[in-house]
Design a binder for this molecule. Structure first.
Ligand SMILES: [Zn+2]
Length: 463
């Protein structure tokens, strides 16, 4: 038993008091706790169609998908193997205690089952977690302007090969006749310039359908994604932020038809007529301009003009245009231009620029993190013939979503992040622990990591 040198108070008592208070807090945010999120996912997995013959079913869809998710959650491809060893030695394992998997599938069985599961059946979990964040008032942190939220959209690839392919692969042939295959998605995330965490929305696959010779593309998938987002969030006021590929009439008309505003990059090469018109108006002094000096001595230049034609089409759309430069000692340190449907004036132009510039977050905080900082989304876990590749991607994105929710709402997780500095360091420790000790729940797991193990050793399930 440990004693404090000053007061002779039992440390164990104090620590349990602390844990009790933490648990009380966790209870307030119960619908966002690991257990509640896992339970919601289990409920969806239990509804997934199972087309296998009953006599041949060894592992339930729930156990297979949840095992694959656990692998992504810990980013550990050897997780299942270690948990099986634990099960053999201790008749208990962390997949059962944490993820409610009562029978762990073998690798090849898991891949076979995952390939058959239609990704659309597991997608609703993204909306469910979004609603939970909304209910927990976390969405309010993301309100941008006029009660609207910024939704950044972009396309990205998560698989590429010149040998492995499936019927859903996008096919590309170069001039020499070399064929390459890829899997791509259109992703949308809710974001805010001042928030580090992003909230991923359900992705849309850029995918070829059987028998269709025409290749699917980012613009078509982007329009499907807009429809999907609006269906899931019929009343949410949204501003779509995307690159110059999307500042085209069909996309703008589609976004407006779905009741969304937009801030879309507009590059000179894509918008010749628009830019010529803006330059003419500039010469006529019809373009508004303000300059703002910052504390580093740089000059921020904002120019804008409302009501310009997007292109030369007969039935063109009217847009509002703004441009922005950062001048640093006579050198252009940054430059970009956008079109929007929101009327621009002196009071909102800086904010609109902030919104437009915020687009980098989907590349940096989402795709870059998913590819290079711990999530390995472009690792080939297995390709399959139907849905395997996309299902692995989706489970990876879901693991990322869990971790984003914890960063926003889980006090224990945030304390652990603080203790271990980087996310990478924290998860290295979590991976070691999950392979060696059996924990009854996620909170005990994090508490164990946070405090010296000897104090809590007795509260861990003994082998
Ligand atoms: Zn494929």
């Amino acid at each position: 038993m440990y004693q404090t040198p000053l007061h002779g108070v039992n440390i164990l008592t104090l620590d349990f008091l602390l844990i009790f208070m933490i648990c009380l807090f966790v209870k307030i945010k119960r619908h966002l706790s690991f257990g509640a999120l896992r339970q919601a996912f289990s409920s969806i997995l239990e509804q997934v169609s199972d087309h296998r013959e009953n006599s041949k079913v060894e592992y339930s869809i729930h156990n297979v998908l949840m095992s694959a998710f656990a692998m992504m959650y810990f980013q550990d491809s050897s997780l299942l193997e270690f948990q099986k060893k634990m099960e053999t030695g201790c008749r208990q394992n962390n997949l059962r205690t944490l993820f409610k998997v009562d029978s762990i599938p073998k690798d090849n069985q898991m891949r076979n089952v995952l390939d058959e599961v239609d990704t659309k059946e597991i997608e609703p979990i993204f909306d469910e977690y979004f609603y939970r964040l909304q209910r927990g008032k976390y969405l309010e942190l993301y309100r941008f302007m006029d009660n609207s939220y910024l939704v950044s959209m972009d396309g990205s690839g998560y698989f590429g090969s010149d040998k492995i392919c499936c019927p859903g692969c996008l096919r590309k042939e170069d001039k020499k006749g070399n064929v390459s295959y890829s899997h791509q998605i259109m992703q949308a995330v809710l974001m805010h310039p001042d928030m580090k965490q992003i909230i991923p929305l359900t992705p849309e696959e850029i995918r070829n359908t059987d028998g269709d010779k025409k290749q699917d593309c980012e613009i078509s998938a982007g329009k499907r994604l807009i429809t999907k987002i609006r269906k899931a969030h019929p009343k949410l006021k949204m501003i779509i932020v995307a690159d110059s590929l999307h500042s085209k009439q069909p996309f703008i008309e589609h976004a407006k038809a779905k009741g969304m505003s937009y801030i879309l990059a507009a590059k000179e090469g894509d918008h010749k007529l628009l830019m010529e018109w803006v330059n003419e108006q500039r010469l006529l002094k019809e373009v508004s301009r303000i300059e703002v000096k910052d504390h580093k001595g740089r000059t921020h230049v904002y120019e804008w003009i409302n009501k310009v034609l997007l292109n030369g089409n007969k039935e063109t759309v009217w847009v509002n245009y703004f441009e922005y430069w950062i001048m640093d000692g006579g050198r252009v340190a940054y430059h970009n231009s956008w079109v929007t449907d929101m009327e621009i004036h002196e009071d909102n132009v800086e904010k609109l620029v902030k919104g437009g510039r915020c687009r980098w977050k989907i590349e940096n905080e989402a795709f870059n993190v998913l590819k290079n900082h711990g999530y390995h989304i472009d690792h080939n876990f297995g390709h399959g013939n139907k849905h395997l590749s996309m299902n692995f991607f989706l489970l990876n994105l879901l693991a990322f979503f869990f971790h984003q929710i914890f960063e926003l709402s889980d006090v224990l997780y945030r304390q652990c992040r603080e203790k271990f500095g980087s996310k990478r360091n924290l998860w290295e420790h979590l991976r070691v622990l999950v392979a060696t000790i059996i924990f009854p729940d996620w909170e005990t797991f994090l508490s164990y990591l946070l405090k010296p193990p000897e104090i809590y050793a007795h509260s861990i399930l003994s082998p």
